[in-house]
Design a protein around this ligand. Structure first.
Ligand code: PLP
Length: 401
């Protein structure tokens, strides 16, 4: 991988001792993104799609241009790109948009790998419609296989949600193969790309998913913005679930007409800076190359796995990483205690259920410690994590009964 300049990341430069291993929660922003946001607020920071004055046109042009950049990045048409506040917002909106299409005899397939934002909206839809929520079994590697997927699909399957990369375990599901199968049953396929799009090449045409949701802040971009991709005809056939400025064509006392997708799903003033800042984030990733981004994080997670795999004090849930995520516990020690100890070594990891309680319960624990790597991490960071985990094991030895 081209050397990522640490100097591009002011937060890292301002915290030189810190080893940031929590990029699955949110990534650190390069100055190219920060500068772009600053430029918006300081030189043309007005509303979009409203004014006819020059500055408003500039804001609108910059804002709309992001749609082209995202479309090229995931290989779709710009009009298939809906701006959202993030993955959670995209997945919730989508469940609400699809709700009128769901009947009481329908089945909705999810899995225990799903993030709360992917499974909870469908729990609500199932309750509201009488449809059944079906959980696909995981294999011994905690992944969804074609064989297990086949067992849950049938002519009643209306929607399937597939988590591309698990935010807890980092396993990568075979989305393309699963999508092909689901389509044989005419099911709508939704892909949660929150942990995939920031880390690997995601081509929606190649995967053939019907919808894909992801967040800007996990891929070097600002918080408060994200993308919902949808195949145009299907997307445009859905009704909006939020109403207000900019999404309507005309409003009368008892009726209103809507614009076509994507605008009809973008009511109200959006996160303009949040979306404008996504463009330099994507450009930064593209300059490195998505294959290199994936390879780099995977190498670091693999280094850690190889060096802690035989430590008997550890429960290593990610034995053979498939992404930049590695998850473990010190046996008998609360993950928050482990994470607090690691922070005394200036290492930032996440501990808990990671907003995915189904998989932590499935693993038989109440939470885990998760280290997640990204482009600005180095082999030295991985080595320091291994050293700190070993030191934590020594420290906690006498705590364990
Ligand atoms: N899905 C997955 C797999 C995630 O990892 C996350 C966030 O951690 C989300 C959905 C929700 O993303 P956001 O909080 O950006 O809406």
């Amino acid at each position: 991988m081209n050397e990522v300049k640490r100097a591009d990341f002011p937060l890292l430069e301002n915290n030189k001792e810190m080893i940031y291993l929590d990029s699955a929660a949110t990534s650190i922003k390069p100055k190219q993104v920060i500068d772009k946001i600053n430029e918006y607020y300081t030189t043309y920071g007005v509303n979009v799609h409203r004014g006819v004055y020059d500055m408003s046109s500039r804001a609108t042009d910059e804002y709309e241009d992001v749609r082209n950049v995202v479309a090229k990045f995931i290989n779709c048409k710009p009009k298939e790109v809906v701006y959202t506040k993030g993955t959670t917002n995209g997945l919730n909106m989508l469940a609400n948009m699809l709700l009128p299409k769901i009947n009481k005899d329908d089945e909705i397939v999810v899995s225990v790998l799903d993030h709360h934002s992917a499974v909870m909206p469908w729990q609500r839809v199932a309750k509201a419609t009488g449809a059944k929520l079906i959980f696909v079994e995981l294999d011994e590697n905690n992944k969804i296989t074609v064989e297990n997927f086949k067992k849950v699909l049938n002519n009643k399957t209306k929607v399937v949600n597939i988590t591309y990369v698990s935010n807890v375990l980092g396993v990568v599901n075979p989305v393309k193969e699963l999508t092909k199968l689901a389509h044989e049953f005419n099911s709508i396929v939704i892909c949660d790309g929150a942990q995939a799009v920031p880390h690997m090449k995601v081509d929606v045409k190649d995967l053939d998913v019907d919808f894909l949701a992801f967040s800007s802040h996990k891929m070097l971009g600002p918080t408060g913005s994200g993308i919902l991709y949808g195949k145009y005809n299907l997307l445009n056939s859905l009704d909006p679930v939020e109403f207000g400025g900019d999404m309507n064509d005309g409003v009368e006392m008892y009726e209103a007409t809507y614009k076509d997708a994507p605008e009809k799903f973008e009511a109200g003033t959006p996160s303009i800076a949040g979306l404008i800042g996504l463009k330099p984030a994507i450009q930064y990733l593209e300059n490195i190359g998505m294959d290199n981004v994936h390879k780099h994080s995977l190498e670091l997670a693999t280094y850690v796995a190889e060096h802690i795999r035989n430590n008997e004090m550890l429960e290593l849930y990610t034995k053979y990483p498939e992404s930049g995520i590695i998850t473990f516990n010190i046996k008998g020690i609360h993950p928050h205690d482990t994470a607090t100890y690691l922070s005394t070594h200036n290492i930032c990891v996440r501990a808990g259920h990671h907003c995915a309680q189904l998989i932590t319960h499935y693993l038989g624990c109440m939470g885990t410690v998760r280290a997640s790597f990204y482009i600005y991490n180095t082999l030295d960071d991985a080595k320091k994590l291994v050293e700190a985990i070993n030191a934590a094991c020594d420290y906690f030895k006498e705590w364990i009964i």
